[in-house]
Design a protein around this ligand. Structure first.
Ligand SMILES: *Cc1c(COP(=O)(O)O)cnc(C)c1O
Length: 250
């Protein structure tokens, strides 16, 4: 029986470095192809299921923003990474469904919550963020993005088109939150051009109403070129950077 070679820690680091270089080339090429400035799109490295040691290696390679989708896993990982790299100050973005009872768990370390999709979640985050400022745990309002639902399917999370203006107005008026823009996941079963055009349209309407809401977090490993072509400012990439996480051991 043959057992595939497990790359040692250095092998894994080299692999991450190669993946990161290739990914940066893809982003640069997509910017060039759509006449956008190099550097106008930032990379959010999605590190769900990736162990803290590998996250530390990504920070060594120059990654500065990390995305996580589970409150509990992310809370412990943020702590471990802070221990491993005391001098780094990575930005942690929360990109998963957030239950209101988990809000307190993310506030001590989160830089931005990208998945605000209901008035109830917005209010819970506002209360907790305001309390965190009073307690000296945070020093200002919590940056958030509204998660937009392209197809209006409530199962997948996200606010549908017709409720976006109302939610945006609510969030903009909450003192504990700062509305920075829109986030969306293109539905797997739809044609990407149409989906990213719809996301761009919603982002444009949001920004017309709230000029500070300039960020568009859209595009992942498989569709980042299309997303960048439609004005995305942040791509959230997991697989193309860290490989298939079902195989990666924890
Ligand atoms: C996992 C995840 C990503 C990254 O997806 P890949 O296809 O692995 O690049 C992006 N956004 C969200 C919300 C995710 O959960």
């Amino acid at each position: 029986m043959t057992v595939p070679d497990e790359p040692g820690p250095d092998g894994r680091r080299d692999e991450l470095a190669r993946n990161l270089a290739a990914l940066r080339e893809r982003i640069d090429a997509a910017c060039a192809a759509s006449g956008r400035e190099r550097g106008s799109v930032s990379l959010l490295a999605v590190t769900k299921t990736v162990p803290a040691s590998e996250v530390a290696a990504l920070l060594d390679l120059g990654v500065t923003a990390l995305g996580e989708n589970r409150a509990q896993e992310a809370a412990s990982k943020a702590g471990e990474v802070a221990e491993l790299r005391r001098d780094a100050s990575p930005r942690w973005h929360f990109v998963g469904g957030l239950q209101r009872n988990k809000v307190k768990l993310v506030l001590p370390w989160v830089t931005r919550v990208e998945t605000v999709d209901s008035p109830r979640l917005a209010r819970a985050l506002d209360r907790a963020a305001s309390a965190a400022v009073e307690d000296g745990i945070r020093d200002g309002p919590l940056p958030v993005l509204l998660q937009y639902s392209v197809d209006g399917d409530p199962e997948r999370g996200g606010v549908p088109d017709d409720r976006l203006p109302e939610l945006a107005d609510l969030v903009a008026g909450l003192p504990g939150l700062r509305l920075e823009g829109l986030m969306a996941v293109a539905p797997l079963d739809s044609e990407p051009e149409g989906a990213f055009a719809a996301i761009a349209g919603a982002a444009g309407r949001l920004q017309a109403r709230h000029p500070g809401a300039t960020e568009v977090s859209a595009g992942m490993s498989g569709d980042l070129e299309t997303a960048i072509g439609h004005g995305s400012t942040v791509v959230r990439v997991g697989t193309a950077l860290v490989g298939d996480r079902r195989i990666t051991s924890r």
